[in-house]
Design a protein around this ligand. Sequence first.
Ligand code: GLY
Length: 269
Amino acid sequence: MATVRLDQKKRAIVRDIPSSYTKALARFFGTGPTNVDLARQQQLAYVHALEANGVAVHRLDADEAHPDCMFVEDQAVVVDGHMLLPTPGHPSRVAEQPPIADFLMQALEGVQTCTMGGEARMDGGDIIRLGNLFFVGRSSRTNDLGIVSLQSLLDFFGYELRVIDIPDHALHLTSICSTPTDTMVLVPEGYLSPSDFGQLPTGCELIWIPSEEAYGCNTIGLPNGKVMVAEGYPAVKKALHDRGLETIEIDMSEIRAADGSLTCCSIFY
Ligand code: GLY
């Protein structure tokens, strides 16, 4: 989940991978998952990495009727203890939400929750946060009405929201972009341009990565300052190391096969 600051990443949920995972959507960089056991091993390593670095992880049961259910990021947007439950942008994923929403409503006692109505659509994977500045992708999953709902939530806090058009060959904003710290954005060349982001707050930086490592631009900054990265993206690792950040590599091959990235697999709350 890319909508909490580093210091808010104390707890996360993940969701177990169903045996039906081989039917998960894969229309962008994914080649289609084939090995459920391997995906489960990779998810376990992901959970262990979170736990070893200060994050308490709660695992929700898999839902066999929903092959994509492990990609929880899309289903709830948590901002400073408030929650937006979006209507996910792909029809096959809408019914994944209730157990995630129920858990978060109990865990976040007294949480103010808003939902979307009508034609509004949004995947949580289209949002990143850079301190008090938010970016949302207008994508095949997130439309203008969805963005209006997010704007209403952020207006409550006085946070700014900027809209970025996602190229047709990318799924979500987080598929090609992340904030490994509260002041850095990793972005691949050839997908987005500096004008998409506008003037960043003082002290913040866009870090450009060669386009062939676009997948590696999805990272998770952890509360102890380390950064989880996908295995096999040396330019991403070097950019982070050059800035004094320690990285933890996770083999994401079978999760990538279903168009999934590191942030897709958890919600911090
Ligand atoms: N397979 C993840 C998604 O398309 O939402």
